[in-house]
Ligand binder design. Sequence first.
Ligand code: SAH
Length: 257
Amino acid sequence: MGSFVWDVLTLFPEMVTAYLDAGILGRARKQGAITVGVHDIRDYTRDKHRMADDYPYGGDPGMVLKPEPIFRAVDCVREKTPESRVVLMSPGGRPFDQAAALRLARGPQAVTLICGRYEGVDERVVQRLIDEEISIGDYVISGGELAALVVVDAVSRCLPGVVGDERSVTSDSFYRGILKHPQYTRPEVYRGLSVPAVLLSGHHEEIRRYQRRKALEKTWRNRPDLLEKAELSKEDREYLARLQRSGGGRPAGFEGF
Ligand code: SAH
């Protein structure tokens, strides 16, 4: 399988490359599982001041990214990678989650991410250039770079060969609709806290059942909304009903599951 091709359009390329050089993504790039082109939007300006932003019409405060450099940068990406899906990072976009990450990972194997700054980008970019707008959550950050990195990271982890052991992706939180169970490493006892005995028992079936219950419990406590959509077995439901009856430990305001 070929490389998944990412292109990132930004006014701060060094922010983006710093993250992409290290860790799992750095290794994925070296091994060729993903390719990332980071493009400085300013390189696509044509005036001597390399102006990428301007005042908004209508008297709003702040600055808006001009359309021309972004259109030219996307044209340039499309010459090389015509199939690239063009995405604008925006707090007004569709919320990003694990399902969206899996969808993007399925293809087309090329995505261009546009990082806004200041008040955002000229609306004609939205009208003409982009296939979708993505938000990483209901809050505003200062630029699209962090948001784009979240998307590159989450989607790339879903690609074959990026995370060393694929089981660690499929057992991650959200992948199966609920949060991941708590984990322990050595030492066996630390500051008086012991690793649960069942994990040392070697009984795989018991360990699996214990971890499933702990995952359900954590989800019930922190993210009961996830339980409404999760695929639950009869045993899962019985366990949750028992938790519900005991009532302990869930913050006020969460009703049912
Ligand atoms: N004035 C805009 C916010 C601009 S923030 C508004 O109210 O909608 C500047 C840039 O940061 C945005 O253009 C976008 O690219 C990025 N950004 C900020 N918050 C984001 C979020 N939650 N998800 C994705 N991108 C975000």
